[in-house]
Design a protein around this ligand. Structure first.
Ligand SMILES: Cc1cc2nc3c(=O)[nH]c(=O)nc-3n(C[C@H](O)[C@H](O)[C@H](O)COP(=O)(O)OP(=O)(O)OC[C@H]3O[C@@H](n4cnc5c(N)ncnc54)[C@H](O)[C@@H]3O)c2cc1C
Length: 473
């Protein structure tokens, strides 16, 4: 199958066994080579076939990461940083074998600076662990990609999710990272100041680098005050266009929406069946507002009026935490809910992002494409950002269906690019989207990325076979 083939990435048998012997002598039981664990580290939540690394290492400090990377560099053994493996484009596969560095044991909170609204954490901490730690401070870390991902993995994929429309993505919320680079040097990319004009922006170079430039060991992130009041609800619409028009007007009117998620009619059917709910099975917006008691009520009322203008509604909203949690749990379970539509299948979960003015057109064309292709593929979107996901449910025994699904994804990416959008708003490139990078950035843009990669990782050991095809370049 296409994306994971990566036959171009060469495996160095001698180097790998020499490195493994040295790593094992140094780290003992924290270097694991059992097949089940290795496969789990090469297997992400994806339809792309597993390519297991040769060993998994659980470091406990920056110095240990540094030592391991130096040993790997000496023997040209690939290094694949690993968070929790929730990425969707074959990011943690090991096409040339190598060492998976699992950051799970580096999950401490190093400092919380309440007055400055930031904290410094080790990269293996998950977003839920961080928010649990912060629960008594009145602060929270807002980025929510649905999965309980690690902050290192989220930074490495430039993740976002349901409330990016209000709080931004990892790009806006990471102030600085400390990373072990491929030559073993430790680099801290910035101080804690909110802004800086000092030199190249190394923080943003590493955010979204998908483990191809270095291993992020810790990061300083922005925190936000937990809002005094939160309201939310679900609003049905007669069509996707009507829902998107309401989204555009809501944004244009400057209503400070915190979450605005579209689920299409097929997706609503899956959600109802999976979560035992009885929402209307037409395109729906899931919404959340953050602010004061009066503010969230006013915002919800205003949105209800906008929805009505586009024949949407009724917008039933609530401040009750339990009910809100129920509706967001249903939304967050969307990926798993999809399987009720076709049990026994695997999901090809893909995302694109377009300027919001093109969103309706892009989703409507995509729905028509799905119908013509005969695929089962519910749609969900962080539509406040112009970002939507399609989950194509595939029978993995049916080669023709897989080919149709891949051809559909190619058309979807090109549709988004033709609308001045991107082939991925938040999942990243990994193995699955490498072929679209040049179409998006042009040859000169991709050449510049290769120049950076070569300069920082001349041996090509960091997560080879991801983002950039370096074969013969
Ligand atoms: C059900 C579901 C829903 C999802 N919804 C969203 C969503 O709404 N928005 C969104 O953005 N994503 C979403 N995702 C994708 C996924 O959660 C994100 O890509 C997440 O950021 C990956 O974090 P991770 O810890 O799982 O990283 P991994 O999958 O372990 O790794 C991802 C990449 O980052 C690299 N990496 C990991 N840790 C480090 C490190 N410390 N230093 C350097 N590189 C590192 C890896 O090498 C790999 O290339 C979803 C996934 C699932 C399963």
């Amino acid at each position: 199958m296409g994306p994971a083939a990566n036959a171009d990435v060469a495996r160095d048998e001698g180097g790998i066994s020499a490195a493994l012997a040295q790593l094992s002598a140094r780290f003992g039981e924290r270097l694991q080579t059992g097949m089940a664990l290795r496969e789990q580290h090469g297997h992400t939540t994806t339809y792309i076939p597993t390519q297991a690394p040769d060993a998994v290492f659980f470091p406990e400090s920056v110095e240990e990461v540094q030592e391991a990377v130096k040993i790997c560099a000496e023997h040209r053994m690939p290094v694949i940083p690993f968070g929790v493996g929730s990425s969707l484009e074959g990011h943690v596969n090991a096409p040339a074998g190598g060492l998976s560095i699992d950051m799970a044991r580096m999950n401490r909170v190093l400092s919380v600076n309440q007055e400055d609204l930031d904290c410094t954490v080790e990269a293996g901490i998950t977003r839920e662990e961080l928010n649990h730690y912060l629960r008594d401070t009145g602060l929270f870390f807002p980025i929510d990609p649905g999965a309980n991902a690690s902050l290192g993995g989220m930074a490495a994929t430039r993740a976002s999710g349901t409330n990016a429309v209000r709080y931004g993505t990892m790009r806006e919320n990471v102030l600085s990272v400390t990373a072990v680079m491929p030559d073993g040097q430790v680099v801290t990319t910035a101080r804690r100041a909110r802004k800086s004009s000092a030199g190249y922006d190394l923080t943003r170079l590493l955010i979204g680098s998908e483990g191809t430039l270095g291993v992020i060991c810790s990061l300083t992130v922005r925190l936000h005050g937990i809002p005094q009041a939160i309201s939310g609800g679900v609003c049905p619409f007669p069509s996707v266009e009507a829902a998107c028009q309401a989204v555009i007007m809501t944004i244009q009117m400057g209503i400070p929406i915190a979450r605005m998620e579209l689920v299409n009619a097929l997706g609503m059917r899956a959600i109802n069946e999976y979560s035992k709910l009885d929402y209307q099975e037409s395109p729906c917006l899931f919404l959340e507002f953050h602010g004061t008691d009066a503010g969230v009520a006013e915002q919800a009322e205003l949105f209800g009026e906008i929805a009505a203008e586009f024949s949407g509604g009724p917008f039933v909203w609530t401040r009750a935490a339990e009910e809100r949690q129920k509706l967001w749990k249903a939304r967050h379970d969307f990926y798993w809910a999809g399987f009720v539509l076709r049990p026994g299948t695997k999901a090809l979960a893909t995302d694109v992002c377009v300027p919001i003015s093109r969103l309706a057109e892009c989703i409507v064309e995509t729905e028509a494409d799905i119908a013509e292709t005969g695929l089962v593929a519910p749609i969900v979107g962080h539509v406040g950002d112009g970002n939507f996901h399609v989950s194509v449910l595939m029978d993995m025994e049916d080669k023709d269906e897989i080919a149709r699904a891949e051809a559909f994804v190619a058309r979807l990416n090109r549709r988004a690019l033709s609308m001045e959008g991107t082939c991925t708003g938040e999942h990243g490139i990994g193995q699955g989207k490498m072929r679209y990078l040049e179409e998006e950035h042009g040859a000169a843009g991709v050449d510049m990325m290769r120049t950076i990669k070569r300069a920082l990782d001349p041996l090509g050991i960091m997560n080879p076979g991801k983002i950039l095809d370096m074969t013969g370049k």
